[in-house]
Design a protein. Structure first.
Length: 248
């Protein structure tokens, strides 16, 4: 082997080591929830829609019966959660409302919600076993990270509905990897997306004290018509870690 080959090999090994080191978040105490090889530690009623491809969790969504999301077997209470995700593509145009900072929608003179048709894909992360406590992942102008179930609940206090509305859109373009750092401490939620705090320590009333997380299956291909819903979970996940808070 020539010195040139040795140098190339050393560079390649350095890159591999660098990629491996970057996969785990900085700091101590992180616990892996995905081994990069198979879906050990996860359960779903739609195993045909979830698989591991090239070291990432891949969703190839289809419409079907039952809860088709991918649930962790592990139950969490107070935690930090590191998740990387990307949309593979969008599934079609979808009507997206204009959302104000207080969580309300723009309406026209007749009181109808103003919508914009844009390409979309849709998923999210359910917290503590509660679909309502979902950190949304989508292509809406408002950006990912919001908690739709709480924002749209008219019975929620105004400060909660505003608090679960993203402070800004920090999403990367479709096809690029995004990073969530989600913190649940007591009833309070904080979401940092790509280094930007988009949800800042907002309470989620009546959220369970403990429960699994889930990667959402939203819509999918209709096997009978061959058409997609316009808000499919054409998504991939990787590098999923949690860190307990206060010695969980």
């Amino acid at each position: 082997m020539t010195m040139k080959h040795v140098g190339v090999l050393a560079l390649a090994m350095g890159l591999v080591v660098g990629m491996t080191a970057a996969a785990q978040p900085e700091g101590e105490g992180w616990v892996s929830m995905f081994n990069g090889e198979d879906l050990t530690g996860w359960r779903t009623e739609a195993p045909e829609d979830w698989s591991v491809v090239d070291g990432v969790i891949d969703c190839d969504p289809t419409i079907g019966p039952g809860d088709r999301s991918l649930w962790s077997e592990e139950s969490l209470s107070d935690f930090e959660l590191h998740v990387e995700w990307r949309f593979k593509e969008t599934s079609g145009d979808y009507p997206m409302p204009v959302v104000f900072p207080d969580g309300s929608h723009a309406v026209d003179d007749d009181g109808n919600v103003v919508t914009i048709m844009r390409p979309n894909a849709d998923s999210g992360i359910f917290l503590r076993g509660l679909p309502k406590a979902q950190v949304n992942i989508w292509c809406w102008p408002i950006g990912s990270g919001e908690v739709y179930g709480y924002r749209m609940d008219a019975n929620m206090p105004a400060e909660v509905r505003a608090g679960v509305t993203p402070l800004g859109n920090a999403d990367k373009p479709v096809g690029e990897w995004n990073t969530f750092l989600i913190t649940m401490n007591g009833d309070n939620l904080t979401v940092v997306l790509n280094g930007v705090r988009v949800i800042d320590d907002v309470p989620l009333p009546d959220v369970p004290a403990e429960g699994p997380i889930a990667l959402q299956h939203h819509g999918g291909l209709n096997p009978e018509t061959g058409e997609r819903t316009g808000a499919d979970s054409l998504i991939e996940f990787r590098n999923i870690y949690y860190r307990p808070i206060d010695g969980e």
